[in-house]
Ligand binder design. Structure first.
Ligand code: DSN
Length: 436
């Protein structure tokens, strides 16, 4: 008989996948990820994710499952929930969303009827796909009324208020994928209250900054908070939803769609509404990330993430780059590269040549299409997690300026490639990690 559970190295079981895994580790080690939505999980999170919790089906919620054998999964999921409740000071947490988009879908499914109006930041102005972009489910099944940023790159609350009063949406989102400034959750909440809408804050990008106290929390302002767990939280690729209200009873529908029943509405939207079995191996990773997020090191590094972003932004401004909103309050910088004669794609390609990964991105009012936009997004979480700080941020700011200002000069490219290679070698990624 073949026992499929006997341990054999991946390199022998599947040399092709093993080869790609090794190459990806080398790629990550050699270069610098500056895509602001990315980060590096700790080896402990990796271990929890790549674990035998992946074998278990556990549809339902702790203590209310549809499958047996839940002794450990119930404890595990409850632990992740308990940690998130403590960190955020909310009474209800759902750690089952497979990622940020399903978490946001659950908010629509819980609070809106198909065709209901909602407002979110326009994708072309930094907003997320699931906040109402025309090809996304959010816009196909619900009526998206996008709001925008002003000429200064900051959310225009006067315009938002006017639009909300006119349109009377049922839901208003705060949150974005490319917004370099801190959110004013109080103003969002006031507008939502004025028009009788639910207010949902998607904190995917800035969750780590909020936990660290670097940015203000939407708790106390937002009715529902969603997030991914893999960005500045540094956990697995997954989602989380936070809210307050009467204790959830996921076995029965909520009596009505109202704030008091949010926990039940959200839980039932996730399961059985949208998802089947939760990914308990991922929830194990979330639990570990939430533990790590309570350490002093986590707080310090989130402070450094903002500090380094400001240093790089300052250097880019000095070198004549056009930054949306004129700088940053958070972990990301949004640059319009066209004043340097480059499209976002060209800027991305140039930086890739010296080992810096960024992503092309639309800028507010972008005349170019989303697949070929005018700008790039740059972020600092990965460099700080590797141990880099102010001094390195100055070097990196210099490299980016040099490469984009002199993109046709091979000698300058070669020089900056060397600088980046040496920097990455000095701040090794996953130094003890062995794969076999
Ligand atoms: N793809 C994510 C980002 O890069 O911001 C959002 O889902």
């Amino acid at each position: 008989m073949i026992n499929n559970t006997k341990q054999k190295p991946l390199s022998r079981v599947d040399p092709q996948v093993f080869g790609l895994l090794k190459k990806e580790l080398e790629r990550q080690r050699r270069g610098l990820e500056m895509i602001p939505s990315e980060s590096y999980v700790s080896p402990a999170v990796l271990q929890a994710m790549g674990s035998i919790f992946t074998d278990k089906y556990s549809e339902g919620y702790p203590g209310k499952r549809y499958y047996g054998g839940q002794t450990n999964t119930d404890k595990l999921e409850s632990l992740a929930i308990k940690r998130a409740k403590k960190i955020f000071g909310v009474s209800h947490v759902n750690v089952q969303p497979y990622s940020g988009s399903p978490a946001n879908l659950a908010v629509y499914f819980a609070l809106l009827e198909p065709g209901d109006k909602f407002m979110g930041l326009d994708l072309r102005q930094g907003g997320h796909l699931t906040h109402g972009w025309k090809v996304n489910f959010s816009s196909k099944f619900y009526r998206s009324i996008p709001y925008g940023v002003g000429k200064d790159g900051y959310i225009d609350f006067d315009q938002l208020r006017q639009q909300a009063k006119k349109e009377r949406p049922k839901l208003i989102w705060a949150g974005a994928t490319a917004y370099p400034r801190e959110y004013d959750y109080k103003s969002f909440a006031e507008i939502a209250q004025e028009v009788g809408a639910f207010f949902a804050a998607d904190i995917a990008h800035v969750i780590g900054l909020i936990i660290a106290g670097v940015h203000a929390s939407p708790v106390g302002h937002a009715d529902v908070i969603t997030s991914t767990t893999h960005k500045t939280l540094r956990g697995p690729r997954a989602g989380i939803i936070l809210c307050d209200g009467q204790p959830s009873n996921p076995l029965k529908p909520a009596p009505k769609i109202s704030k008091e029943y949010l926990p039940t509405l959200i839980d039932r939207a996730i399961f059985p509404g949208l998802q089947g079995g939760p990914h308990e191996h991922t929830i194990a990773g979330i639990a570990v990330a939430l533990k790590e997020a309570q350490t002093k090191d986590f707080a310090k590094s989130n402070q450094m993430i903002v500090k380094t972003a400001k240093i790089i932004a300052q250097k880019l401004l000095e070198e004549g780059f056009n930054l949306v909103s004129g700088g940053t309050d958070n972990h990301l910088i949004l640059m319009d590269a066209t004043n340097k004669g480059l499209s976002g794609q060209e800027a991305e390609n140039r930086l890739e040549k010296v080992g810096i990964s960024v992503n092309k991105n639309a800028v507010p009012g972008d005349p170019r299409p989303p697949y070929s936009p005018s700008g790039i997004r740059l972020g600092t979480p990965c460099l700080v997690i590797r141990g880099m700080a102010e001094k390195e941020a100055k070097i990196i700011g210099g490299v980016i300026s040099d490469v984009l200002n002199n993109h046709k000069n091979p000698a300058i490219l070669a020089k900056n490639k060397r600088i980046m290679r040496d920097l990455c070698a000095k701040f090794p990624l996953y130094p003890g990690l062995k794969i076999d």
